[in-house]
Design a binder for this molecule. Structure first.
Ligand SMILES: Cc1cc2nc3c(=O)[nH]c(=O)nc-3n(C[C@H](O)[C@H](O)[C@H](O)COP(=O)(O)O)c2cc1C
Length: 237
C-alpha cells in the first residue's frame, strides 16, 4: 500500500511538472521573444501589442518639415514594431493620459478618427488606450487601399483613416462633415511629419476602394474612410 501511494505521488509530480512546463514555459518563451525581438508579433487572440512611444527619437520639427515629401516607392521589408508603435502614437495616440486627449486635435474633441492598419496578414484597428492593434479581419486587403494605384501594394502596410462621422453631430450637416475631413487631414499630417522625421516613406492619399474597404472592415454607414497612407522603409539605392 505505501508503495502504491509513493507511485501515485511520483506520477502526480511528473504530470504536474510537464503541465507547468507546457503552459508557463511556452508563455515565458513567447514573452521573452517579444521583449528581445522587434518584429510585429500577433498573439493567439489576434492582438498586436505595441511598445511605449520613444519620446527621445532624434530629429527636429524643422528637419522633418524640410524632409517631408510624397514617396511612391517602398521597400517590402516589414515595419519594425518600434517604428509602427511610434508611428501610431504620433498619428493619433494619447499624449495626456489624465484626459485621454490625443496627439492630433479634433473638432470639439470628438476624437472621430480611427486608424485601421492594413497589413499582409490582416486588417487591424488601433486601440490608443490599450496601445495595441486588434484584429478586424484576416487576409491581405492592401489592393482595396491601392484602388488602382499599384505602388501601394509594395508598402508593407497602409494606415486608413476612418471618421465616425456621427460623433460630430448631424451627419447631414455639411459643416459637421467638413470638420471630420479636417480631423482626418490633421492625423494625416501627423503621419507625414513623423515619417519624414523617422526616415519612413509615405504619401497621403484619398484614392481607395471606399466601398470595398467599408465592407471588409465591417464599417457602419456613418463610418467614412477619408484618407490613407501606405508606409514603409525607403528602397536603399
Ligand atoms: C487630400 C490629398 C489627397 C491626395 N490623394 C492622393 C492619391 O490618391 N494618390 C497619390 O498618389 N497622391 C495623393 N496625394 C498626394 C499629392 O499628390 C502630393 O501631396 C502632391 O503631389 C505634392 O507632392 P508632395 O507631397 O511631395 O509635396 C494627395 C494629397 C492630399 C493632400
Amino acid at each position: 500500500m505505501p508503495f502504491l501511494l509513493l507511485y501515485l505521488v511520483f506520477k502526480f509530480i511528473i504530470f504536474a511538472s510537464v503541465f507547468i512546463n507546457k503552459v508557463f514555459m511556452k508563455r515565458n518563451l513567447f514573452l521573452a521573444f517579444l521583449f528581445f525581438s522587434s518584429i510585429i508579433a500577433v498573439s493567439e487572440d489576434g492582438i498586436i501589442n505595441l511598445v511605449k512611444p520613444n519620446l527621445n527619437r532624434e530629429g527636429t520639427v524643422m528637419q522633418a518639415l524640410l524632409k517631408r515629401k510624397s514617396t511612391r516607392e517602398f521597400s517590402e521589408k516589414e515595419l519594425d514594431v518600434k517604428d509602427l508603435s511610434d508611428l501610431l502614437w504620433s498619428a493619433n495616440g494619447i499624449n495626456r493620459v489624465e484626459s485621454g486627449k490625443r496627439t492630433a486635435p479634433s473638432a470639439l474633441n470628438r476624437q472621430d478618427i480611427d486608424i485601421y492598419v492594413i497589413m499582409l496578414k490582416g486588417a487591424y484597428l488601433y486601440d490608443a488606450k490599450e496601445n495595441c492593434l486588434r484584429l478586424v479581419v484576416k487576409g491581405d486587403f492592401r489592393a482595396l487601399v491601392a484602388g488602382g494605384q499599384d505602388f501601394v501594394l509594395q508598402a508593407p502596410l497602409s494606415l486608413v483613416l476612418v471618421s465616425e462621422t456621427s460623433k460630430m453631430g448631424n451627419v447631414n450637416d455639411s459643416r459637421a462633415m467638413q470638420m471630420c475631413a479636417v480631423d482626418a487631414g490633421i492625423v494625416s499630417q501627423n503621419i507625414s511629419i513623423f515619417c519624414a522625421s523617422a526616415n519612413l516613406a509615405t504619401v497621403a492619399r484619398a484614392s481607395m476602394d471606399v466601398e470595398g474597404l467599408s465592407k471588409v472592415l465591417k464599417l457602419t454607414p456613418t463610418q467614412k474612410p477619408l484618407m490613407n497612407h501606405p508606409v514603409g522603409y525607403f528602397i536603399e539605392k
